[in-house]
Design a protein around this ligand. Structure first.
Ligand SMILES: C[S@@+](CC[C@H](N)C(=O)[O-])C[C@H]1O[C@@H](n2cnc3c(N)ncnc32)[C@H](O)[C@@H]1O
Length: 223
């Protein structure tokens, strides 16, 4: 796994297996904050004042999970976070990433590593407001709890590198796992992806994308 520095100074990884990087070259932290925190969590938590249940597709470096954990503690927001990952990143690589110093949160070094060190397939209360479960399985075969999540972070590798994960069948699975009014956010707004998302039953909202992307998708499951 090769470490690459992106435009905002934060690291990302290059996967030889998928021949693809884990985040945008225009800024890994900037992308995660824009797509998942600002366009997903901030949006949902305006309405959902109780616990917010989140499902993430592709834990990867755990950047989205850590940013969500920080938001939970900053805003006293109770979050139950489940992430699926088929190919976990090894802890030595995780320890080389610069996310906590880049964010100015050196003290989060511990909780960030905890996300990677805890046992799989069980829930851990990592910080007072952040319960975390990671599942080592494939999204294609894993059975998600139905009508359970308020928000899905769909952070798969790009369509050009893993087209099968952006299928209507997978999005239907995401749709079924969301509560009515639930939201799915993803960084891509490719036409073929929009088509698959719509076919699964979602309505699509196109909103401004992170640096380097004009638009991204916020998909809504109707009531
Ligand atoms: C774009 S990266 C995710 C980046 C991650 N969210 C982060 O913050 O670092 C896509 C992730 O999906 C994982 N993945 C690929 N195929 C998968 C599958 N079938 N099921 C579950 N995870 C998969 C990859 O191993 C990779 O970690």
């Amino acid at each position: 796994m090769k470490i690459i520095t992106t435009a905002d100074g934060s690291h990302t990884l290059f996967s030889e297996q998928f021949n693809e990087i884990y985040h945008s070259r225009h800024g890994a932290i900037e992308e995660s904050l824009h797509v998942f925190i600002k366009s997903g969590l901030d949006y949902v938590s305006k309405e959902q004042k109780e616990e917010v249940r989140i499902f993430e597709v592709g834990l990867g470096t755990g950047l989205n999970a850590m940013l969500t954990m920080l938001e939970a503690e900053k805003h006293d927001l109770k979050i139950d976070y489940t992430a699926i990952e088929l190919y976990p990143v090894c802890i030595d690589t995780i320890k080389s990433l610069n996310y906590t110093p880049q964010l100015g949160y050196e003290y989060c070094y511990g909780p960030y590593h905890t996300l990677h060190l805890v046992r799989w397939n069980e829930t851990h209360q990592v910080t007072p407001h952040f319960a975390f479960k990671k599942i080592q399985d494939s999204l294609f075969t894993y059975s998600l709890t139905l009508s359970n999540y308020h928000l899905i972070y769909f952070d798969a590798f790009a369509y050009t590198h893993q087209p099968e994960i952006w299928s209507a069948e997978v999005f239907k699975k995401m749709y079924d796992a969301l509560v009515p009014n639930g939201i799915l956010v993803t960084y891509s707004s490719k036409v073929v992806i929009q088509k698959a998302v719509k076919e699964a039953g979602f309505t699509i909202e196109k909103i401004p994308g992170p640096p380097g992307r004009r638009e991204m998708v916020r998909a809504h499951k109707p009531t």
